[in-house]
Ligand binder design. Structure first.
Ligand code: FE2
Ligand code: FE2
Length: 331
Protein backbone atom coordinates (compact mmCIF):
# COMPACT_ATOMS: atom_id res chain seq x y z
CA UNK A 1 0.00 0.00 0.00
CA UNK A 2 1.17 3.47 -0.77
CA UNK A 3 0.42 5.43 2.33
CA UNK A 4 3.31 7.82 1.95
CA UNK A 5 3.08 10.74 -0.33
CA UNK A 6 -0.47 11.75 0.50
CA UNK A 7 0.69 14.58 2.70
CA UNK A 8 2.58 16.08 -0.20
CA UNK A 9 5.99 15.37 1.35
CA UNK A 10 7.18 12.54 -0.83
CA UNK A 11 10.74 13.71 -0.90
CA UNK A 12 12.94 13.51 -3.95
CA UNK A 13 12.24 10.78 -6.46
CA UNK A 14 14.82 8.03 -5.99
CA UNK A 15 17.38 7.94 -8.76
CA UNK A 16 17.60 4.87 -10.94
CA UNK A 17 20.58 2.87 -9.73
CA UNK A 18 21.43 -0.05 -11.92
CA UNK A 19 21.96 0.12 -15.67
CA UNK A 20 18.88 -2.03 -16.08
CA UNK A 21 16.75 0.40 -14.06
CA UNK A 22 18.07 3.33 -16.04
CA UNK A 23 17.24 1.58 -19.26
CA UNK A 24 13.70 0.83 -18.07
CA UNK A 25 13.13 4.43 -17.01
CA UNK A 26 14.46 5.68 -20.33
CA UNK A 27 12.01 3.40 -22.15
CA UNK A 28 9.20 4.70 -19.95
CA UNK A 29 10.11 8.32 -20.66
CA UNK A 30 10.31 7.55 -24.38
CA UNK A 31 6.73 6.25 -24.29
CA UNK A 32 5.62 9.44 -22.53
CA UNK A 33 7.49 11.58 -25.06
CA UNK A 34 5.77 9.69 -27.87
CA UNK A 35 2.39 10.63 -26.28
CA UNK A 36 1.58 7.01 -25.44
CA UNK A 37 -0.89 6.43 -22.63
CA UNK A 38 0.34 4.59 -19.55
CA UNK A 39 -2.13 1.94 -18.34
CA UNK A 40 -2.48 0.27 -14.90
CA UNK A 41 -0.58 -2.92 -15.79
CA UNK A 42 2.32 -1.12 -17.47
CA UNK A 43 5.63 -0.72 -15.68
CA UNK A 44 6.04 2.75 -14.19
CA UNK A 45 8.63 4.41 -11.94
CA UNK A 46 7.67 4.47 -8.28
CA UNK A 47 7.77 8.28 -8.25
CA UNK A 48 5.28 8.45 -11.13
CA UNK A 49 2.92 6.13 -9.28
CA UNK A 50 3.22 8.06 -6.03
CA UNK A 51 2.77 11.42 -7.71
CA UNK A 52 -0.41 10.19 -9.38
CA UNK A 53 -1.77 8.69 -6.17
CA UNK A 54 -1.17 11.99 -4.43
CA UNK A 55 -2.72 14.09 -7.16
CA UNK A 56 -5.71 11.88 -7.96
CA UNK A 57 -6.59 11.27 -4.30
CA UNK A 58 -6.37 14.98 -3.51
CA UNK A 59 -8.60 15.60 -6.48
CA UNK A 60 -11.11 12.94 -5.29
CA UNK A 61 -11.15 14.38 -1.77
CA UNK A 62 -11.75 17.85 -3.21
CA UNK A 63 -14.83 16.64 -5.07
CA UNK A 64 -16.24 15.05 -1.91
CA UNK A 65 -15.42 17.87 0.52
CA UNK A 66 -16.59 20.31 -2.17
CA UNK A 67 -20.13 19.03 -1.72
CA UNK A 68 -20.28 20.49 1.79
CA UNK A 69 -20.29 24.27 1.20
CA UNK A 70 -23.07 23.85 -1.36
CA UNK A 71 -24.97 21.31 0.71
CA UNK A 72 -25.33 24.14 3.20
CA UNK A 73 -27.80 25.78 0.76
CA UNK A 74 -29.93 22.84 -0.37
CA UNK A 75 -32.70 23.54 2.12
CA UNK A 76 -32.52 27.29 1.55
CA UNK A 77 -32.34 27.53 -2.25
CA UNK A 78 -34.74 30.32 -3.26
CA UNK A 79 -37.00 28.23 -5.54
CA UNK A 80 -37.83 24.58 -6.15
CA UNK A 81 -36.10 24.79 -9.54
CA UNK A 82 -32.91 26.17 -7.98
CA UNK A 83 -33.04 23.43 -5.38
CA UNK A 84 -33.39 20.66 -7.99
CA UNK A 85 -30.47 22.09 -10.01
CA UNK A 86 -28.28 22.42 -6.92
CA UNK A 87 -29.04 18.86 -5.83
CA UNK A 88 -28.15 17.53 -9.29
CA UNK A 89 -24.91 19.50 -9.26
CA UNK A 90 -23.90 18.21 -5.83
CA UNK A 91 -24.66 14.65 -6.92
CA UNK A 92 -22.39 15.17 -9.94
CA UNK A 93 -19.58 16.08 -7.54
CA UNK A 94 -20.12 12.84 -5.61
CA UNK A 95 -19.87 10.99 -8.93
CA UNK A 96 -16.61 12.79 -9.73
CA UNK A 97 -15.21 11.70 -6.39
CA UNK A 98 -16.14 8.09 -7.12
CA UNK A 99 -14.58 8.04 -10.61
CA UNK A 100 -11.42 9.50 -9.16
CA UNK A 101 -11.17 7.10 -6.23
CA UNK A 102 -11.60 4.27 -8.77
CA UNK A 103 -8.90 5.73 -11.02
CA UNK A 104 -6.64 5.97 -7.98
CA UNK A 105 -7.30 2.34 -7.02
CA UNK A 106 -5.84 1.22 -10.37
CA UNK A 107 -2.48 2.38 -8.94
CA UNK A 108 -2.59 -0.20 -6.15
CA UNK A 109 -4.06 1.75 -3.27
CA UNK A 110 -7.43 1.10 -1.66
CA UNK A 111 -10.21 3.62 -1.40
CA UNK A 112 -10.77 2.83 2.28
CA UNK A 113 -7.18 3.79 2.94
CA UNK A 114 -7.49 7.07 1.06
CA UNK A 115 -10.67 7.96 2.91
CA UNK A 116 -8.98 7.16 6.19
CA UNK A 117 -6.16 9.56 5.28
CA UNK A 118 -8.70 12.28 4.62
CA UNK A 119 -10.63 11.71 7.84
CA UNK A 120 -7.42 11.62 9.86
CA UNK A 121 -6.59 15.09 8.50
CA UNK A 122 -3.45 13.78 6.74
CA UNK A 123 -4.60 14.25 3.15
CA UNK A 124 -5.05 17.53 1.35
CA UNK A 125 -7.98 18.79 -0.67
CA UNK A 126 -8.53 22.06 -2.49
CA UNK A 127 -8.13 25.01 -0.11
CA UNK A 128 -11.19 26.73 -1.61
CA UNK A 129 -13.60 24.43 0.21
CA UNK A 130 -12.47 25.75 3.57
CA UNK A 131 -14.31 29.01 2.93
CA UNK A 132 -17.90 29.47 4.14
CA UNK A 133 -20.99 29.96 1.96
CA UNK A 134 -22.65 32.85 3.75
CA UNK A 135 -25.21 33.95 1.15
CA UNK A 136 -27.08 32.46 -1.80
CA UNK A 137 -24.79 34.48 -4.08
CA UNK A 138 -21.94 32.26 -2.85
CA UNK A 139 -23.59 29.26 -4.51
CA UNK A 140 -23.54 31.18 -7.79
CA UNK A 141 -19.96 32.29 -7.18
CA UNK A 142 -18.85 28.69 -6.57
CA UNK A 143 -20.34 27.58 -9.89
CA UNK A 144 -18.99 30.52 -11.85
CA UNK A 145 -15.52 30.84 -10.30
CA UNK A 146 -14.72 27.55 -8.54
CA UNK A 147 -16.12 25.22 -11.18
CA UNK A 148 -14.75 27.62 -13.79
CA UNK A 149 -11.27 27.28 -12.30
CA UNK A 150 -11.75 23.51 -12.03
CA UNK A 151 -12.48 23.33 -15.78
CA UNK A 152 -9.37 25.36 -16.55
CA UNK A 153 -7.36 22.89 -14.48
CA UNK A 154 -9.02 19.74 -15.73
CA UNK A 155 -9.28 20.27 -19.48
CA UNK A 156 -5.50 19.73 -19.94
CA UNK A 157 -5.74 16.68 -17.64
CA UNK A 158 -7.79 14.94 -20.33
CA UNK A 159 -4.41 14.59 -22.05
CA UNK A 160 -2.64 13.36 -18.91
CA UNK A 161 -0.25 10.48 -19.62
CA UNK A 162 -2.04 8.13 -17.21
CA UNK A 163 -4.99 6.56 -19.05
CA UNK A 164 -7.55 6.03 -16.25
CA UNK A 165 -7.10 9.60 -14.96
CA UNK A 166 -7.30 11.14 -18.43
CA UNK A 167 -10.47 9.20 -19.28
CA UNK A 168 -12.17 10.09 -15.99
CA UNK A 169 -11.56 13.75 -16.86
CA UNK A 170 -13.51 13.62 -20.11
CA UNK A 171 -16.89 13.12 -18.48
CA UNK A 172 -16.03 15.24 -15.47
CA UNK A 173 -15.21 18.21 -17.71
CA UNK A 174 -18.56 17.95 -19.49
CA UNK A 175 -20.35 18.10 -16.17
CA UNK A 176 -18.16 20.92 -14.89
CA UNK A 177 -19.17 23.13 -17.78
CA UNK A 178 -22.82 22.65 -16.79
CA UNK A 179 -21.84 23.61 -13.23
CA UNK A 180 -20.05 26.71 -14.40
CA UNK A 181 -23.03 27.87 -16.43
CA UNK A 182 -25.54 27.26 -13.65
CA UNK A 183 -23.35 29.38 -11.37
CA UNK A 184 -22.99 32.15 -13.92
CA UNK A 185 -26.75 32.15 -14.40
CA UNK A 186 -27.35 32.55 -10.66
CA UNK A 187 -24.92 35.47 -10.51
CA UNK A 188 -26.43 37.02 -13.66
CA UNK A 189 -29.92 36.86 -12.14
CA UNK A 190 -28.65 38.61 -9.02
CA UNK A 191 -26.64 41.14 -11.02
CA UNK A 192 -29.77 42.11 -12.97
CA UNK A 193 -31.94 42.17 -9.87
CA UNK A 194 -32.62 44.73 -7.15
CA UNK A 195 -29.84 46.95 -5.78
CA UNK A 196 -29.73 44.66 -2.76
CA UNK A 197 -29.24 41.57 -4.94
CA UNK A 198 -26.50 43.33 -6.88
CA UNK A 199 -24.79 44.24 -3.64
CA UNK A 200 -25.04 40.63 -2.50
CA UNK A 201 -23.37 39.44 -5.74
CA UNK A 202 -20.59 42.02 -5.45
CA UNK A 203 -19.94 41.22 -1.79
CA UNK A 204 -19.68 37.55 -2.66
CA UNK A 205 -17.28 38.19 -5.57
CA UNK A 206 -15.13 40.29 -3.21
CA UNK A 207 -14.74 37.28 -0.91
CA UNK A 208 -14.24 34.55 -3.56
CA UNK A 209 -11.97 36.21 -6.10
CA UNK A 210 -8.59 35.68 -4.44
CA UNK A 211 -9.34 32.19 -3.08
CA UNK A 212 -10.40 31.25 -6.64
CA UNK A 213 -7.01 32.39 -7.99
CA UNK A 214 -5.30 30.31 -5.29
CA UNK A 215 -6.99 27.19 -6.66
CA UNK A 216 -4.28 26.86 -9.30
CA UNK A 217 -1.73 26.24 -6.59
CA UNK A 218 1.40 28.14 -5.56
CA UNK A 219 3.42 30.18 -8.07
CA UNK A 220 5.54 28.05 -10.40
CA UNK A 221 8.66 29.29 -8.62
CA UNK A 222 7.41 27.70 -5.34
CA UNK A 223 5.75 24.61 -6.78
CA UNK A 224 7.82 21.58 -5.84
CA UNK A 225 6.14 19.11 -8.17
CA UNK A 226 5.66 21.11 -11.36
CA UNK A 227 8.85 20.35 -13.30
CA UNK A 228 8.75 16.58 -12.79
CA UNK A 229 4.99 16.42 -13.40
CA UNK A 230 5.40 18.31 -16.67
CA UNK A 231 8.15 15.94 -17.77
CA UNK A 232 5.91 12.96 -17.05
CA UNK A 233 3.00 14.74 -18.76
CA UNK A 234 0.83 14.31 -15.71
CA UNK A 235 0.57 18.05 -15.83
CA UNK A 236 0.42 19.83 -19.17
CA UNK A 237 0.17 23.49 -18.19
CA UNK A 238 1.82 25.24 -15.22
CA UNK A 239 -0.03 26.83 -12.27
CA UNK A 240 0.83 30.38 -13.34
CA UNK A 241 -0.21 29.79 -16.95
CA UNK A 242 -3.57 28.39 -15.85
CA UNK A 243 -4.11 31.26 -13.41
CA UNK A 244 -3.43 33.82 -16.16
CA UNK A 245 -5.82 32.05 -18.50
CA UNK A 246 -8.53 32.05 -15.82
CA UNK A 247 -8.11 35.79 -15.21
CA UNK A 248 -8.21 36.52 -18.96
CA UNK A 249 -11.45 34.57 -19.40
CA UNK A 250 -13.18 35.74 -16.22
CA UNK A 251 -12.57 39.51 -16.30
CA UNK A 252 -14.76 40.09 -19.42
CA UNK A 253 -17.47 37.90 -17.83
CA UNK A 254 -17.45 40.10 -14.71
CA UNK A 255 -17.66 43.19 -16.93
CA UNK A 256 -20.71 41.77 -18.69
CA UNK A 257 -22.30 41.21 -15.28
CA UNK A 258 -21.48 44.76 -14.20
CA UNK A 259 -19.47 43.46 -11.24
CA UNK A 260 -16.10 44.78 -10.10
CA UNK A 261 -13.14 42.44 -9.59
CA UNK A 262 -11.61 43.38 -6.20
CA UNK A 263 -8.12 44.07 -7.54
CA UNK A 264 -7.01 47.70 -8.01
CA UNK A 265 -4.00 46.57 -10.05
CA UNK A 266 -6.03 44.66 -12.59
CA UNK A 267 -5.62 46.05 -16.10
CA UNK A 268 -5.32 44.90 -19.69
CA UNK A 269 -1.74 44.80 -20.89
CA UNK A 270 -1.79 45.18 -24.69
CA UNK A 271 1.89 44.28 -25.00
CA UNK A 272 1.48 40.94 -23.25
CA UNK A 273 -2.01 40.37 -24.60
CA UNK A 274 -3.09 39.45 -21.06
CA UNK A 275 -4.51 41.08 -17.97
CA UNK A 276 -1.98 42.13 -15.34
CA UNK A 277 -3.20 41.45 -11.83
CA UNK A 278 -2.15 42.25 -8.27
CA UNK A 279 -0.30 39.95 -5.88
CA UNK A 280 -2.24 36.89 -4.69
CA UNK A 281 -2.30 36.82 -0.85
CA UNK A 282 -0.18 33.68 -0.54
CA UNK A 283 0.12 33.97 3.25
CA UNK A 284 -3.57 33.27 3.45
CA UNK A 285 -3.20 30.31 1.07
CA UNK A 286 -0.49 28.69 3.18
CA UNK A 287 -2.51 29.30 6.35
CA UNK A 288 -5.57 27.55 4.86
CA UNK A 289 -3.40 24.67 3.57
CA UNK A 290 -1.96 24.30 7.07
CA UNK A 291 -5.46 23.78 8.46
CA UNK A 292 -6.13 27.33 9.66
CA UNK A 293 -8.77 28.34 7.11
CA UNK A 294 -12.19 29.54 8.27
CA UNK A 295 -13.88 26.10 7.91
CA UNK A 296 -11.15 23.41 7.92
CA UNK A 297 -12.25 21.87 11.22
CA UNK A 298 -15.93 22.05 10.38
CA UNK A 299 -15.45 20.34 7.01
CA UNK A 300 -13.49 17.42 8.44
CA UNK A 301 -15.92 17.11 11.31
CA UNK A 302 -18.80 16.91 8.85
CA UNK A 303 -17.03 14.29 6.71
CA UNK A 304 -16.29 12.19 9.78
CA UNK A 305 -19.90 12.35 10.87
CA UNK A 306 -21.13 11.42 7.37
CA UNK A 307 -18.68 8.51 7.27
CA UNK A 308 -19.92 7.25 10.65
CA UNK A 309 -23.55 7.63 9.65
CA UNK A 310 -22.89 5.68 6.46
CA UNK A 311 -21.21 2.82 8.26
CA UNK A 312 -24.34 0.64 8.36
CA UNK A 313 -24.75 1.07 4.57
CA UNK A 314 -21.20 -0.12 3.89
CA UNK A 315 -21.60 -3.02 6.29
CA UNK A 316 -24.93 -4.04 4.75
CA UNK A 317 -23.48 -3.87 1.24
CA UNK A 318 -20.51 -6.03 2.23
CA UNK A 319 -22.76 -8.55 4.04
CA UNK A 320 -24.99 -8.72 0.97
CA UNK A 321 -22.03 -9.28 -1.34
CA UNK A 322 -20.72 -12.02 0.95
CA UNK A 323 -24.12 -13.74 1.04
CA UNK A 324 -24.30 -13.69 -2.75
CA UNK A 325 -20.78 -15.05 -3.02
CA UNK A 326 -21.66 -17.97 -0.74
CA UNK A 327 -24.91 -18.59 -2.62
CA UNK A 328 -23.12 -18.58 -5.98
CA UNK A 329 -20.53 -20.98 -4.64
CA UNK A 330 -23.23 -23.34 -3.33
CA UNK A 331 -25.08 -23.31 -6.68
FE1 FE2 B 1 -16.47 18.19 -9.85
FE1 FE2 C 1 -18.27 20.94 -10.36
Amino acid sequence: MYTQGLDGKIGPVREAETAEEKEREARFQARIDAEERIEPNDWMPEGYRRTLIRQISQHAHSEIVGMLPEGNWVTRAPTLRRKAILLAKIQDEAGHGLYLYSACETLGVERAELVEQLLAGKAKYSSIFNYPTLTWADVGMIGWLVDGAAIMNQVPLQRCSYGPYARAMVRICKEESFHQRQGYEIVMTLAQGTPEQRRMAQESLDRWWWPALMMFGPPDSDSVHTAQSMKWKIKRVTNDELRQKFVDVTVPQAERLGLRIPDPQLRWNPERGHYDFGPVPWDEFWRVIAGEGPCNRERLEQRRRAHEEGRWVREAALAHAEKRRLRDRAA
